[in-house]
Design a protein around this ligand. Structure first.
Ligand code: PLP
Length: 442
């Protein structure tokens, strides 16, 4: 493998969600990737414990996906999808629709999870307006929810640092459900915790406060990833569904990380047996090879909006230049075929018990306060260091990288979400390395 010289000027790239000064003083640079491994610029193999950013579900550098993109770019680099189309856009939409819960088979393409969230919120508002209930404008999110970084997403999101700088510009009509994280009741749960379904009933309080006639939609992640792996309590999502249905409120599941096999099914909706009205997705939709996201809408929502305007009039004033970009669509078609051919969703389901056992083997490791998991997702929460929240997990993350394992950290929580091609030996190595590292962390 040829190694390029390491660039020595890191100043121009303003890095996203990064402590820029800290990073640039001691950078961690990746230069190639294949299968389960990255290679760093200093020539080390690094086991990918988080599928990049929860997105490379089929593993890195998959030849079929690379070939599909390459061929598409040399055939047609770009085609507009505003009042024009190209066949792959329709093929990709059909393939995505086939994986969605029954009835959610109308697919709107975006370029990211954030755009998918803002798109879904706008579709919800458009739907109510098309039905003559345009006063339903309130959106309900949840504390500790992460829905990307658009103004819609940060408004319904529940993470203070993502909101406070922009607080004057957040959407005005938003409320939040309580989060479901509770270590007093649910520490070291395997799979769905038993306690907490009743927290969904807070939606009734919010409905009483604002009146259902003003509420458009509720958005939650079925499993919250970015705020540290929060698994929904047993019965919680079912209860949310019931209350939304009762009051004519749309339910949106943000499946940007849970879609495409992460929990052992095509969607978390399928896994939990709860069907929302809209699903947002991105990331693993095309194995993250080219930016792409999507919203799956129920046929009712789609038809209500699309049939409400005059013939010849645009029905939804929304879209992106790169919605269904040919290269992204080619990557999606190739990826979804590959998932099916290799049975990766089933593989995730069958590996999940091994993954669970390996994660929970850290129970007695130093600093560990909680471990939780579902499907191919696990979180290990550490006792924070006095007066320095997040510092301990950051140290663990850096030391793991130095020891050849890439994990994510958020606050003092380590998150694990490897590509679904990981094998049992690699799972054991991943958690063993983390245990060894934790023993050395201050
Ligand atoms: C649940 C959820 N929604 C939305 C997003 C935002 O996606 P993106 O970074 O592609 O905009 C993320 C990203 O991690 C996510 O986890």
């Amino acid at each position: 493998m040829t190694s390029r010289p390491v660039i020595d000027d890191l100043s121009s790239f303003w890095m996203p969600f990064t402590a820029n000064r800290q990073f640039k003083a001691a950078p961690r640079l990746l230069e190639s990737a294949k299968g389960m491994y990255y290679r760093s610029t200093d020539g080390r193999e690094v086991l990918d414990g988080c599928a990049g950013l929860w997105c490379v579900n089929a593993g890195h550098g998959r030849d079929e996906i690379v070939a599909a993109i390459t061929q598409q770019l040399s055939t047609m680099d770009f085609a507009p999808t505003f009042q024009m189309g190209h066949p792959l856009a329709f093929e990709a939409a059909t393939k995505v629709a086939e994986l969605m819960p029954q009835g959610l088979d109308r697919i709107f393409f975006t370029n990211s999870g954030s755009e998918s969230v803002d798109t879904a919120l706008k579709i919800a508002l458009a739907y109510h307006r098309s039905r003559g209930e345009g006063q339903r404008t309130r959106l309900i999110g949840r504390e500790r929810g992460y829905h990307g970084v658009g103004f819609g997403g940060i408004s319904v999101g529940g993470i203070a640092p993502n909101r406070k700088t922009f607080s004057g510009a957040l959407l005005p009509a938003v409320d939040h459900l309580p989060h479901t994280h509770n270590l007093e009741h649910n520490a070291f749960s395997k799979g769905q915790p038993a306690w907490g379904a009743h927290l969904a009933e807070d939606l009734e309080r919010i409905v009483t406060l604002h009146d259902a006639s003003t509420i458009a939609a509720v958005i939650v992640e079925p499993v919250a990833g970015s705020t540290g792996v929060l698994i929904p309590p047993q019965g919680y999502l079912q209860k949310l569904r019931e209350i939304c249905t009762k009051h004519g409120i749309l339910l949106i599941f943000d499946e940007v990380i849970t879609g495409f096999g992460r929990v052992g099914k095509a969607t978390a909706s399928e896994y939990f047996g709860v069907t929302p009205d809209l699903i947002t997705m991105a990331k693993a939709i095309n194995n993250a090879a080219i930016p792409m996201g999507a919203v799956a809408a129920s046929r009712t929502i789609h038809d209500t909006i699309v049939n409400s305007g005059a013939q010849g009039a645009i029905e939804l004033f929304h879209g992106y230049t790169y919605s269904a970009h040919p290269a992204a669509a080619a990557a999606a078609v190739a990826t979804l075929d590959l998932y099916r051919r290799e049975g990766l969703f089933e593989r995730a389901a069958s590996l999940a018990p091994t993954f669970e056992a390996a994660a929970h083997s850290l129970r007695d490791a130093k600093h560990v306060k909680d471990i939780r998991n579902l499907g191919m997702i696990a979180g290990v929460e550490l006792e924070p260091r006095d007066g320095a929240p997040g510092a301990r997990a950051y140290e663990a993350f850096v030391k793991c990288f130095e020891a050849g394992v890439l994990v994510r950290f958020t606050g003092d929580i380590l998150a694990f979400s490897p590509p679904l091609i990981i094998d049992e030996e690699q799972i054991a190595h991943l958690f063993k390395t983390v245990g060894d590292v934790l023993a050395t962390v201050q």
